[in-house]
Structures are given as structure tokens and as C-alpha cells.
Design a protein around this ligand. Structure first.
Ligand SMILES: Cc1cc2nc3c(=O)[nH]c(=O)nc-3n(C[C@H](O)[C@H](O)[C@H](O)COP(=O)(O)OP(=O)(O)OC[C@H]3O[C@@H](n4cnc5c(N)ncnc54)[C@H](O)[C@@H]3O)c2cc1C
Length: 416
């Protein structure tokens, strides 16, 4: 949203203002200031950096925002979750927003489906900011296609024995806990037979094989290729019913679609702000760049698309507030595919109108542009979001009174 959203309630506006203040004055200060965010981009992060960040976020109630306070959440709404994630992407960086976001959707899933053991042992300390968290869905042979994941867990007494590999796993080297979908039954491709395990980061048999240090953007998370080799995980660390995790995963993704696109939009808005200020100050042929329509209309287009994406995202959050995590699949997928494409296009346009200096680290715009590119894959690629939208849109648009047999024979009678 360009400027403040006049349609937020007074409580929501106050929440956003306080969140921004806390981020600027308490979270992203000292070790976590803007210089430090650039150091993360050079992969100079440490486990202690992430631990300190989570401690500060937990103290400010910015983790697991929709989870009740009894479990150390903020007892807030999904709309507040979206507002906070957008602000973190805008004020800090999207890798910080991502770590917080993991607590939003993993926390909510633990709260909705976890046993008291899971809630007490993992959820409460996680939301107090005592843990760095990782989510390990993606595998070498199955990314988008979660039903084909190959990591298996066999039951042996009161433990699962886990074997398999995952890749692109942010925060894996630092994680105190990992949220890991595995197959405990059924065949590859089945929706039945999937389970989610909470795995301690120091579990024997869990190892980091390789770090993706040189990838395009999203640096500083220690993203890694990991392996579980005969790793023993207590059965009591299963979330909900073993074999029934498909719906937990898809519900969780409804929230994740929203948070990923929201923090990327927050970052893109920051890039656009740099472009606006820069083009007003930079003169070419004796007049500011902002006075050239070729430039200012690009900003106009970006501003309009950012606002449209914000509105789609906020609508998806309000649907979750009203109807719960299982709702709003299509609206969440719309928000993600449109939001992530817009965020990337806006960051790229910001670089374009700023000229060559935007490709240097003098401004954070090139980092934002690299970072938001990842949003077009993470949590489901844009093409997958479009597949969800087309599926649900066809369902909603289908008219039982439309007689398809008359299509191509309209001279005999109209189908509608
Ligand atoms: C920076 C970054 C951070 C990440 N962090 C994590 C993490 O912390 N944890 C984690 O588990 N994963 C993480 N991922 C992985 C991410 O979720 C996957 O990259 C994503 O789910 C896509 O999987 P894939 O890369 O295996 O691509 P594939 O599934 O192989 O798909 C490749 C491409 O094919 C197309 N495609 C796929 N399916 C369809 C379809 N149904 N219809 C049309 N087109 C389709 C899309 O263009 C897609 O990009 C991260 C990825 C990135 C880039």
C-alpha cells in the first residue's frame, strides 16, 4: 500500500504503527541494523544473529501472531499477521520476514493440530523467541509436488526412523527445530500417509550436506541441502494424526501464501520509495527524472499494481479471520501469484529508473530485487498458484444451466 491504508480499522492502524515503531527502534537496531542486513547478504550471518533476532521478535509479540497468548502468541488476527509481515519486509528484510513467517504458519498448525506435548515443548518456546526455526518440505525429486515427497519415516517402538533428503531449506544449520513432512504410509503420490514431524536440530542422523551460499538472492538464511539418515524422532513429536497431514499442509500453505507475498510486497514498496526519491533528485538534461513521463508513469503503474496486490492480500487475510485456515484457497493463491509477480516487477522497475547505480550496493534496491525473485517460487511457484486459481475459478463459474452439448450447434438452440 502506498502510504497508509485508510480502510484499516483504528485498532489495525494503531497495531501497524506500533509494529513499525518496534521494528525500527527495538528489533532492527545495533547488531541487526541495515548495515548488518547487507552483511547477511554476503553470507556473513551467524547462528547468534538469528537467535538474537528471534529473542527480540518474541519479546515484541511478533511471532505466532494469530496464536492465543496462552501459548505465547499475540492472540491477534491473520490481518495483523499480514500487516506485521509486510512491515518486516519493508523495515528489515525479507529473510527476516521469512523467519518470522515460519512461526506464523508453523505456530498456527502446531496450535490447531498439535498435542499438548507439542504445544508445551515446541510451540511455547518457539513463540517466546527461544528457537530458530526451519521448514523442510522441498526435496531433490519433489518440490511443488508434495504428495511425491520421498522422505520416509518407519515406526520403531516409540520412535520414527527418518531417512531422506531435502534441499533449499532456509535456516537449517541454525535450526533448533525443524518442521518436516514425511511419508509414514501409502505410496508416492497419495495424499493419505503423509505426516508432519517436529525434529530437534541436534537429532543424531540429521546433517547439513551443503549450503546454497551462492544462490541468486535470499542470502543469509544458511539455506541448505540436508539429510536424515536413520534419524530417530519420538512419535510424540508427530503433529496431529499420523498419515493425515495433507490437510494440515494445505491449510498451512493458505497462510504461507499470504505471508510470503506480503513481505515481498513490503520490500518492493521500499524499493519503489527509493526510486521515487532518487528520480526527484536526479537531473538529466537539466530536469529531474521524475518530470519525464517515461519515468513517472512507470512509477504510477508500479504504485497502482502494488496497491491492487495489497488489497488482494488483505482480502485473503480477512477471509482467514472470518472462516479459518481452511478457507480462501483461491483468494490466497490469487494474492500470492499476483503479489509475488508485482513485487518482482516493481523492484525491477525501481532499478531501471534509477540507472546503473541501482545495480551497486549503494542502495538496497538490487538486493531487494534479487530477494523478491525467490518469492515467485517459495511456498509454490506462480504457475502452481495459477493452477489453483483456474481450478477453483472453473468450479465457481460453472453454470449447471449452461448446456454444453449445444456449443458448436448454436443454430439449434443457445446453450445459455
Ligand atoms: C530462496 C528460496 C528459499 C526456499 N526456502 C525453502 C524452505 O525453507 N523450505 C522448503 O521446504 N523449501 C524452500 N524453497 C523451495 C521452494 O518452495 C521450491 O523451489 C518450490 O516449491 C518449487 O519447487 P522446485 O524448485 O522443486 O520446482 P519444481 O517443482 O521442479 O517446478 C519447477 C517449475 O515448474 C513449473 N511448475 C511446477 N509445477 C507446475 C504445475 N503444477 N503447473 C504449471 N507449472 C508448474 C514452475 O514454473 C516451477 O517453478 C525455497 C526456494 C527458494 C528459491
Amino acid at each position: 500500500m502506498i502510504g497508509d491504508d485508510p480502510l484499516l480499522t483504528d485498532e489495525e492502524s494503531a497495531y501497524l504503527a506500533e509494529t513499525r515503531r518496534a521494528l525500527d527502534e527495538e528489533v532492527f537496531v545495533g547488531r541487526l541494523d541495515r548495515e548488518h542486513v547487507r552483511a547477511l547478504d554476503r553470507n556473513e550471518e551467524s547462528a547468534e544473529d538469528w537467535r538474537e533476532y528471534m529473542r527480540r521478535m518474541g519479546e515484541r509479540d511478533l511471532l505466532g501472531i494469530s496464536v492465543p497468548e496462552a501459548y505465547n502468541g499475540a492472540g491477534g488476527t491473520f490481518t495483523e499477521t499480514a500487516l506485521a509481515e509486510g512491515a518486516i519486509g519493508n523495515r528489515g528484510s525479507i529473510v527476516h520476514a521469512c523467519q518470522a513467517s515460519l512461526t506464523q504458519h508453523i505456530g498456527r498448525t502446531m496450535y490447531e493440530h498439535g498435542s499438548e506435548h507439542v504445544r508445551e515443548t515446541y510451540l511455547k518456546p518457539m513463540l517466546a523467541g527461544e528457537f530458530v526455526v526451519a521448514q523442510a518440505f522441498t526435496e531433490p525429486a519433489s518440490g511443488t509436488d508434495i504428495a511425491h515427497l520421498g522422505t520416509r519415516a518407519e515406526r520403531e517402538g516409540d520412535h520414527w526412523v527418518v531417512d531422506g533428503e531435502k534441499r533449499f531449506i532456509d535456516f537449517a544449520p541454525y535450526a533448533d527445530v525443524l518442521f518436516v513432512p514425511v511419508r509414514t504410509g501409502g505410496e508416492a503420490g497419495d495424499r493419505e500417509g503423509l505426516s508432519i514431524l517436529v525434529v530437534d536440530g541436534d537429532t543424531e542422523g540429521f546433517e547439513v550436506l551443503e549450503r546454497h551460499a551462492d544462490w541468486h538472492g535470499f542470502r543469509g538464511t544458511g539455506a541448505s541441502w540436508i539429510r536424515f539418515d536413520d534419524a530417530h524422532v519420538p512419535v510424540e513429536n508427530t503433529i496431529g494424526e499420523a498419515g493425515s497431514a495433507w490437510s494440515y499442509i494445505t491449510n498451512e500453505l493458505n497462510l504461507e501464501h499470504l505471508t510470503i507475498s506480503r513481505y515481498c510486497l513490503g520490500a518492493a514498496e521500499r524499493a519503489l520509495a527509493f526510486a521515487a526519491n532518487y528520480t526527484e533528485a536526479r537531473e538529466v538534461n537539466g530536469r529531474p527524472l521524475s518530470r519525464y513521463q517515461g519515468v513517472s508513469h512507470q512509477l504510477s503503474e508500479c504504485a497502482t499494481r502494488l496497491d491492487a496486490a495489497y488489497l488482494l492480500n488483505t482480502r485473503a487475510a480477512r477471509i482467514l479471520d472470518r472462516d479459518g485456515m481452511a478457507a480462501g484457497r483461491m483468494e490466497g493463491a490469487m494474492a500470492k501469484q499476483f503479489g509475488n509477480e508485482v513485487a518482482h516487477a516493481v523492484a525491477d522497475t525501481a532499478m531501471q529508473v534509477m540507472g546503473g547505480v541501482a545495480t551497486t550496493a549503494k542502495y538496497p534496491v538490487e538486493r531487494i530485487q534479487r530477494d523478491v525473485r525467490a518469492g515467485r517460487y517459495m511456498g509454490g511457484a506462480t504457475e502452481v498458484m495459477k493452477a489453483i486459481v483456474q481450478h477453483d475459478a472453473y468450479d465457481r463459474l460453472r453454470d449447471e444451466d449452461f448446456d454444453g452439448s449445444l456449443v458448436g450447434r448454436e443454430h439449434e438452440g443457445l446453450p445459455w
